[in-house]
Design a protein around this ligand. Sequence first.
Ligand SMILES: C[S@@+](CC[C@H](N)C(=O)[O-])C[C@H]1O[C@@H](n2cnc3c(N)ncnc32)[C@H](O)[C@@H]1O
Length: 355
Amino acid sequence: MIPDGLSSRNGLDRLALWFENFASHEVNSTSPLYGRLTHGVAQHEDLLELASHATREPIPNMLFGAVHYLLLKGAAHPLAAYYPSVSGADTRTDDPLPALRDFCRQYRAEIIHLLQTRRVQTNEVNRCAVLLPAFGLVARQEPGRKLALIEIGASAGLNLLWDYYRYDYGAGRKVGPADAALALTNEPRGAQFPPIPAALPIVCDRLGLDLNPVDLRDEDAVLWLRALIWPEHAQRADRLQQALAIAQAYLPEVRSGDALDLLPDALNHSDEDCAVCVYHSFVINQFSEEARQRLTDLLAEGSQQRPIYRLSIEWMHSPRPQLELRTYRGGAEVDHAILAACDGHATWMEWLGPA
Ligand SMILES: C[S@@+](CC[C@H](N)C(=O)[O-])C[C@H]1O[C@@H](n2cnc3c(N)ncnc32)[C@H](O)[C@@H]1O
């Protein structure tokens, strides 16, 4: 939840700063449209006031997600002409801000409803390409064992199906079913090539946990996922559609609730002889400090029964998102490695860990 008082003068100033930071740190380089709109929002009180109705973070993603969702749903308005995702290649390039302000006046009630009922729960399937070398390391440490997957913050569950996808890391390094319906790419950077497994580790069990699982059969929920992808990111949108088609065929189980409540039971979900892998990506920034500690404690406690591997891609206290692998055994964390740095959408990774 976001702090109270954002609609006060002081609150709107803080919000303006938030939008400016969002522009310079997140969107300017990859979404020219959101870059321009974000600066505009930061300078207009009517738009900041509208954004202040969001009940969850991150507010810029919530506001732009709501507008994009309504446009994708067919809202007939001149603003659509600025969105490549709606109008194709033939987009307008003049100042989009007057159209955004008019759109927000016209669709105020619908936008506020979305700001108060939806969450930012992008499901970025390419993150599987960064997780894969870590799953490979676990499989190497547990020869002969299959992997039991538990994903915290699984959203629609697309990253629970990573063994259904094919991976291309360049330099001829490809792995995964040759006939996979989804091929993911990742560009390794830096001095060390990541240890891509020669074959995908075998999965014996998979289970997602999420406060609000995206129901793959609900067209509106799926459209909200699509709307969270920025308008110029056609490749990400295509990947999402392909991953959704696979997931809609397999419907991976994602249990609804707070992961901290569901985890103790989930840890006993799989057969004794599987290696338990708990993983999360871009999730624990939504946890309080106490909740993060509780998660660590639960994993340590759970490891009294059998080892637990924890894989994560998070962006909390590091300059870039990072892939980490922790091992819990006998009630305590016994190993921790920072394996790689990557970008938020996992288009590249720089391997830092063991070869
Ligand atoms: C930004 S999304 C990331 C989804 C996915 N991990 C990915 O990388 O594509 C964060 C997800 O975490 C979920 N989440 C946040 N707090 C949670 C909690 N306490 N328990 C379970 N899920 C949670 C949200 O509902 C949301 O689906």
